[in-house]
Design a binder for this molecule. Sequence first.
Ligand SMILES: NC(=O)c1ccc[n+]([C@@H]2O[C@H](COP(=O)([O-])OP(=O)(O)OC[C@H]3O[C@@H](n4cnc5c(N)ncnc54)[C@H](O)[C@@H]3O)[C@@H](O)[C@H]2O)c1
Ligand SMILES: [Zn+2]
Ligand SMILES: [Zn+2]
Length: 390
Amino acid sequence: MATTGQVIKCKAAVAWEPGKTLSIEDVEVAPPKVHEVRIKIVATGVCHTDWEYLYETGKGMKFRPFPLVLGHEAAGVVESIGPEVTKFSPGDKVIPLFLPQCENCERCQSPKTNLCRRNWSNTQLGVLADGTSRISCKGQHVYQFLGVSSFSQYTVVPDTSLAKIRSDAPLNKVCLLGCGVSTGYGAAINTGKVEKDSLCAVFGLGAVGLAAIMGCKAAEAKRIIGVDINPDKFEKAKVFGATECVNPKDHSKPIQEVLVDMTEGGVDFALECVGSPPVMSAALESTTDAWGVCVIAGWTETEVMNVMVEKILMGRTLKGTYFGGWKSVQDVPKLVDSYMDRKLKLDEFITHNLSLDQINVAFELLKSGKSIRTVISLWQEKTKPGVATF
Ligand SMILES: NC(=O)c1ccc[n+]([C@@H]2O[C@H](COP(=O)([O-])OP(=O)(O)OC[C@H]3O[C@@H](n4cnc5c(N)ncnc54)[C@H](O)[C@@H]3O)[C@@H](O)[C@H]2O)c1
Ligand SMILES: [Zn+2]
Ligand SMILES: [Zn+2]
């Protein structure tokens, strides 16, 4: 390609400082270094975690350096490859990964975990393997969120943080497999190991929670109870397989007691997809004694959850999930196949399609509870804000 080896000038949404809206800037994206791949991002989802890092950094989230390009749920096409890259070629369709799979480390070789630690400390600090970012703006380095930064028309990622996917996959749909949908679906299937005919409760009916419901349904759970304080989410939850929905605000008793009553003893599996410590405690307490399993998918880094010890003594298990337990490089292409075979829903998560310069609208829609997922097309002209495309 004509751009190979050159610095690419393109548009990106830059977060200059925490708590401030993103600004669309002209950025420069350097060529990939050894074991790196430069990607043209075609579409990116907007995840709750992007919002958290912008508005909660230093609060519920650890401090991350700014300026920063957010975005970590995306799909694109390989533009060029750096030295020693063997598994990718220009033109390949790919999904960048905030969780790598290097295949060599102890974690990758264990079937017990998906938590590869390759480049972990660097990507948490917003830089690649050599300690620098490939994106700069106005002569200043801009950090790469989780080593990805998909709110940019081009980005560079390590070759161990990239999944090659089939060439007929629609990138404006499968981008959702880069985070939210994979996380929720895997939280139920891989981490919770939800069983046939079980009773389940899913707390939080955003994309992660709806995907968890989809996972419970795939596992043939008998009852799947959706819990959310926003009743507008209930209709969608039923599309994904919720058998009933509950709004904690409609009850004078704590929600865990309501669920224990509804199920005559508690659910077998509770999945927390909100990111709130009190909701995490409620999820654990809504499970049955003897074998109840509570999976935490919601994200918070500096807050503490209360665990009533007796709940654990009486046989309950508390687990957490990162990226739904999927081994990213090998499993994401399989999830794409499941979507293409109509075994996995993706279109139903997408409530809005917007362009990059409408990215702040996407954050507002997410925070006000009006969207499930907005997909940002990086190369599209502005559309009417807030157009729903159910
Ligand atoms: N574990 C992981 O690897 C991983 C990956 C992606 C996202 N996450 C986290 O998952 C969580 C959900 O992400 P999302 O994109 O679906 O978010 P979202 O904002 O779209 O959905 C959150 C939902 O929780 C509901 N909610 C808020 N307070 C509630 C309460 N007290 N009780 C019940 N429901 C309540 C909201 O109304 C909303 O519907 C976030 O914390 C996000 O950071 C974790
Ligand atoms: Zn995410
Ligand atoms: Zn590894």
